[in-house]
Design a protein around this ligand. Structure first.
Ligand code: G6P
Length: 606
């Protein structure tokens, strides 16, 4: 988390940095700061948003070299002092940092013993002091940064400037992303291309351990030992407009509303209506290899994990291969047994979630076969895996995931179809799934038309302090994602349970102020689900049923009816109204919908 931007060129850096930081705010938004170089360093930093920072940056904040930062606090509370950039005591060196320096306490103690005086509680300040110690005596800033990084244990994406070398920025990466942007006699660097696309489409991703020196007329990259590396620039196919709200009140509503389109993009060119199969060339796997896997293990964090649960269900049902999903954050810490007959699938919208990336790296170290389901093209996870499926859902800006969630579930349906058809899924069943997938964009459009009805329900239910979400088997991951969406953006306490487990404990919570959102598809478990609704109503609980038919008034107070698809694909459609329910509840409660408190979109720390 945290976003960093750097600029060197003939223009004034400050407006470019502020604009870039705005684009990176999804990464962290508790404080922000910029520094520009113009006969010494000039700094402004504040607790608060980038908009608050812009208010304190004066018009005469000139200088063609600068770095900026938007923060998600790890070491030290959000405050003006803890905001980045951090400067050396002589105010010669300035650093912005994304990541965590694990041995910061130890380094700080050593530096303090040497006489350094620290002003903030951050781990980053250590870097400014370390670099300042050698910057005078080393031939280049690059050398001073490299020396400092030698004593650092942890993760970082950093940008550093030296007030006495006004023409260059040094950036380095280890675990936190850095992408360089190549302009006309100007260079940029940032945590994400989002901050660059207004200025250039030509980018270069740094690898872990790499360091780069940027000057107005170009850049040089170096491996950790100092050897120069050759990098081919990549042209990114996103436009600045993709990062705008496009006339919607919030990014979240824009991203929910885009789903008929984004789902069509995920499916484009991948459905074969002749052989009823899926084309997934990015997997880099022939039929023989595809048949060789005995299990599928899916890992991801947050919403990515819940979409993985839908994925596991799809793989088991369509391909009859045992599959399960686990939070990547747990997986990596339990010394997992890596099995050669298992296919590992890592899911990540951003492609840079540290826990997921670390799990992938652990799997690769142990010889596991890993594919990725990733939205951000060229991201760290995409580069690390052996093959995979890109979502093509376009940039997702709002912290809560919606369109990427849906597209991931679609990608799993394609993967399950692909595996199914090399195993025992019949052509007839293959056709059923291909036809079902093709219908999804129009059916999502139908659900979106119910926005007003769902908004009304959201206003009614948002008055409750807590909500229960229940679903059985295919409906359970839907319930989990529904609860996740609601809690993260509305701050209403929400719990998800398998409907079958309700009577084994949580039924004790049910009462007039704990309503239940029940996921009730028309499948073979319909009667069981209706019985559960009866049990909830008998305990005085209100029920909002999300399913395929209007319920009996005895069983539910309210309902949202969604179009029916194939039973295996229904979970994808059942999730959409829950996104709208959470969105409208958050709006009713006047929450910061796109930037919920305490969270960040890309969690690049452990
Ligand atoms: C964070 C976000 C979640 C997201 C998760 C995984 O926790 O707040 O919305 O689902 O990271 O992100 P990824 O980019 O790996 O899908």
């Amino acid at each position: 988390m945290c976003g960093i931007v750097a600029y060197v060129g003939a223009k004034d850096a400050a407006p470019i940095l502020l604009e870039g930081l705005q684009r990176l705010e999804y990464r962290g938004y508790d404080s922000a700061g910029v520094v520009v170089s113009n006969k010494g360093l000039k700094v402004r930093k504040v607790k608060g948003r980038v908009a608050d920072l812009a208010k304190v940056v004066p018009a005469r904040f000139k200088g063609g070299l600068g770095i900026g930062h938007t923060r998600w606090a790890t070491h030290g509370v959000p405050s003006d002092v803890n905001a980045h950039p951090h400067l050396s005591a002589d105010e010669r060196v300035a650093v912005v940092h994304n990541g965590i320096i694990e041995n910061a306490d130890e380094l700080r103690a050593k530096l303090e013993a040497d006489g350094a005086v620290f002003v903030s509680e951050t781990d980053t300040e250590v870097l400014a002091h370390l670099i300042a110690r050698t910057v005078e005596d080393t031939p280049s800033l690059e050398e001073a940064v490299r020396l400092a990084l030698k004593s650092v244990v942890g993760t970082y994406g950093i940008a550093v400037i030296d007030g006495q070398r006004p023409g260059e920025v040094v950036v380095a990466r280890n675990g936190s992303p850095i992408v360089l942007g190549i302009g006309e006699k100007e260079m940029f660097a940032a945590s994400d291309v989002a901050a660059l696309v207004r200025y250039t489409r030509q980018v270069v991703h740094l690898e872990d351990g790499e360091l780069a020196v940027l000057k107005a007329d170009g850049f040089h990259t170096f491996a950790s030992g100092g050897r120069e590396t050759a990098k081919e620039p990549l042209t990114v196919d996103v436009e600045a407009g993709h990062y705008d709200t496009g006339g919607y009140e919030h990014y979240l509503l824009k991203e929910i509303s885009e789903q008929p389109d984004t789902v069509a993009r995920t499916l484009r060119g991948r459905l074969d209506e002749r052989f009823h199969i899926a084309h997934l060339g990015g997997l880099n796997m022939d039929a023989r290899e595809t048949r060789s896997f005995r299990r599928v293990k899916i890992i991801g964090c947050g919403s990515a994990y819940y979409s993985g649960q839908i994925g596991a269900q799809l793989v088991e049902e369509l391909a009859r291969i045992p599959a399960d999903a686990e939070p990547a954050s747990e997986f990596r810490y339990r010394n997992p047994v890596v099995d050669p007959d298992t296919l590992y699938v890592a899911i990540s919208q951003s492609g840079e979630t540290y826990d997921t990336l670390a799990a992938v790296q652990e799997l690769k170290r142990k010889g596991g076969r890993v594919i990725g389901i990733v939205n951000a093209v060229g991201s760290a996870i995409a580069r690390e895996v052996d093959g995979g499926i890109y979502l093509h859902a376009g940039p997702e800006v709002s912290v809560a995931s919606t369109k990427a969630f849906t597209s991931t579930a679609i990608a799993f349906a394609l993967l399950a179809l692909h595996f199914g058809r090399v195993h025992d899924l019949s052509p007839a069943d293959g056709r059923r799934i291909v036809d079902g997938l093709a219908k999804l964009p129009d059916q999502i459009e139908e659900i979106l038309k119910q926005g007003d009805h769902i908004a009304e329900l959201a206003r009614k239910y948002a008055t409750n302090p807590s909500m229960m979400f229940v679903g059985r088997v295919r409906g359970y991951p839907v319930a989990r994602e529904g609860a996740q969406k609601l809690k993260e953006i509305s701050y209403i306490h929400a719990e998800a349970y398998p409907a079958s487990e309700l009577k084994h404990g949580p039924l004790a919570l049910i009462g007039p102020d704990m309503p239940t959102v029940a996921i009730v598809p028309d499948d073979e478990l319909l009667d069981k689900n209706l019985t559960t609704l009866g049990e909830i109503r008998a305990r005085g609980g209100n029920v909002l049923m999300v399913g395929h038919r209007r319920p009996d008034a005895k069983l539910a107070d309210d309902s949202i009816v969604v179009p029916k698809n194939e039973i295996e694909l229904d979970p994808i459609l059942l999730t959409i109204p829950l996104q709208l329910l959470a969105y409208h509840a958050a709006v009713a409660l006047e929450r910061d919908v796109d930037r919920p408190r305490n969270l960040a979109k890309s969690v690049t720390v452990e």
